[in-house]
Design a protein around this ligand. Structure first.
Ligand code: SF4
Length: 191
């Protein structure tokens, strides 16, 4: 199966529709040449409405951290976007609900196997880190992020939501150390 056909199959998924208060609208961006892979959490309400990944304030901050232009971020030839949950899970009592657990289990191995095997993978938020850095179970987010160089070509990051301002305030080393290293890594893999 081609990667385009697989992406179409994902876009037609309704596997957990009964648990999605706004219905399924899987958001995915992939191509056979994407050498930057971004694994985030799940679309928010704005991305659910537009169908455009990272089309929100979190995406703006992610672009600041990575150095990617808007055009680069949305170019599947360069960047694959494969969240832990492809559909908006709806709101809980303290923000958006977590990505649906069945989604990554159902799709990730198939989707990731169609991407270039040599790639930079940004693990954005703790859900992606729990799946792809299982050896760091029990670590704090700050510990993983500060040790990012040990995990290359995986790159753990906080989720760039409004909460990341609290993370950055509590971890002043982040702004000085992490975005510059991330921009360097992204530029090296894109060129
Ligand atoms: S969240 Fe994932 S498993 Fe659930 S309907 Fe959307 S694509 Fe399918």
């Amino acid at each position: 199966m081609t990667i385009a056909a697989l992406a179409q199959e994902v876009r037609g998924c309704t596997a957990c529709a009964a648990h999605l208060p706004h219905g399924p609208r899987p958001v995915i961006q992939v191509s056979a040449t994407s050498r930057i892979l971004i694994i985030g959490q799940a679309p928010g309400s704005r991305v659910h409405a537009s169908g455009v990944p990272w089309d929100d304030r979190s995406g703006l901050r992610l672009r600041e951290w990575t150095g990617l232009s808007l055009q680069q971020l949305h170019d599947p030839a360069l960047v694959a976007i494969v969240p832990m949950g492809f559909c908006y899970p709806g709101k809980g009592t303290s923000g958006d609900l977590p990505p649906r657990r069945e989604c990554a289990a159902l799709w990730h191995d198939r989707v990731l196997s169609t991407l270039p095997s040599e790639r930079l993978t940004l693990l954005v938020g703790t859900y992606a880190q729990a799946r792809y850095l299982p050896q760091t179970k029990g670590w704090t987010l700050a510990q993983r992020v500060r040790c990012h160089a040990a995990f290359a070509p995986l790159f753990p990051l906080p989720h760039p939501s409004w909460r990341s301002t609290l993370f950055m305030r509590a971890n002043p080393w982040f702004a000085a150390e992490v975005p510059p290293a991330l921009r360097q890594a992204v530029a090296a893999w894109i060129n």
